[in-house]
Design a protein around this ligand. Structure first.
Ligand SMILES: *Cc1c(COP(=O)(O)O)cnc(C)c1O
Length: 364
């Protein structure tokens, strides 16, 4: 099909009839006209379906190369996948990925008798015997390590397990895990996909129609449904994902170049840099880079001085938005150095951003 920009702008917007709105608004109705006759029309109640969801699901499904099911958040999407596909064996999760996936598995599923195991993002993916579901997250949050998706898929399939990939950091433009052998893609669209920091949303994509139908049923039963307004805002945000990623990746590269070799900074990681330990595998499986990187300052106090001195870098969790932000991950309990910052390069001008970061490092 067409290029990334065209797909982002036109995805989920089928050609209309004369007089139709070129920019349709969200359908906010919770209930729909059932008519005098049965069976049910496509839309009947807002927890089961909504035309505004379907438009965004069509756009994301096209980018992921599968069928997309929206959820109210990234965690709702991950929770649905873990509950549905993890119950016939062990759950294998990344030991260094997003902390709430582990918290959900250990806190809610393990007490029900589901064995939960952890493997680092970089593997090795041997010892999966007995697994029903293997989840990898790549590039991982916050470590920016990279899992070899094709190798993980082969290892999971060899023991009869499904492979799910958390694609949040990469976005559907950065990486197509279903093409690399994954059975499921999960993502927090709160981050770069919606991209403006005004929405909490998530999705799952799969090529298995039975799994997609089960996920829709699980969504309806569990009630973790997105609001139509959130879906509409995310669809509007998706229209500029190609442009935003381009700028964010360029800014990340410029910031990384400024950080490397700076005396106050250690441990810079960004898979797009040729010197990064994850670059070779990332270059093999990713289509393009993004704005999320990490680096370490000397201490929590050094991070405080950096954030106070910067004029452009917001102190905030989440990532992938228009504004550059940084988040000290140890505050959330991640097992990382006290001075580790996950840095999300925004859409500022590269010269302005680099000048600001370098000036703020002077204060460290
Ligand atoms: C943020 C995030 C999540 C959770 O998504 P929410 O939309 O905040 O529920 C899951 N995985 C990764 C990698 C994330 O960064």
């Amino acid at each position: 099909m067409s290029g990334d920009g065209t797909r982002c702008v036109h995805g989920g917007h089928p050609p209309g009839a004369p007089g139709d709105p070129l920019h349709p608004g969200p359908v906010l109705s919770s209930t729909f006209d059932l008519g005098a006759d049965e069976p049910l029309p496509t839309d009947f109640y807002g927890r089961a379906g909504n035309p505004t969801w379907r438009a965004l699901e069509s756009a994301i499904g096209d980018l992921d190369g599968g069928e997309c099911v929206l959820f109210s958040s990234g965690m709702a999407a991950i929770g649905a996948v873990l509950r549905l596909t993890g119950r016939d064996g062990a759950l294998v999760l990344p030991s260094d990925g997003y902390y709430l996936a582990r918290a959900l598995a250990h806190g809610e599923l393990a007490p029900l008798g589901v064995p939960v195991r952890e493997v680092p993002t970089t593997g090795p993916f041997d010892g999966l015997a007995g697994a029903a579901l293997v989840l990898v997250e790549t590039p991982s949050n916050p470590g920016l390590d990279v899992a070899d998706i094709a190798a993980a898929a082969a290892a999971a399939h060899a023991v009869g397990a499904l492979l799910a990939v958390d694609n949040t950091t990469a976005t559907p433009l950065g990486q197509r895990p279903l093409d690399l052998g994954a059975d499921l893609v999960v993502a927090s669209d709160t981050k770069a996909l919606a991209g403006h920091g005004d929405v909490v949303l998530g999705h799952v994509s799969t090529r298995d129609p039975g799994l997609a139908a089960s996920l829709r049923e699980a969504r309806s039963r569990g009630g973790a449904v997105p609001g139509p307004m959130e879906a509409w805002l995310a669809h509007r945000g998706l229209g500029t994902l190609d442009l935003r990623l381009e700028r964010q990746a360029g800014n990340a590269r410029a910031v990384v170049d400024a950080l490397l070799g700076h005396p106050a900074v250690t441990d810079v990681r960004w898979p797009g840099h040729v010197g990064d330990p994850a670059h070779a595998v990332a270059a093999r499986q990713m289509r393009r880079w993004n704005g999320v990187l990490r680096f370490t300052l000397d201490s929590q106090q050094a991070v405080g001085r950096f954030l106070a001195a910067s004029r452009l870098v917001g102190s905030a969790t989440s990532f992938g938005g228009l504004r550059s932000t940084a988040d000290r991950r140890a505050r959330w309990g991640d097992d990382v150095a006290p001075g580790l910052l996950r840095f999300s390069a925004g859409c500022e001008d590269p010269d302005d951003l680099v000048a600001d970061v370098v000036a703020a490092l002077e204060a460290v």
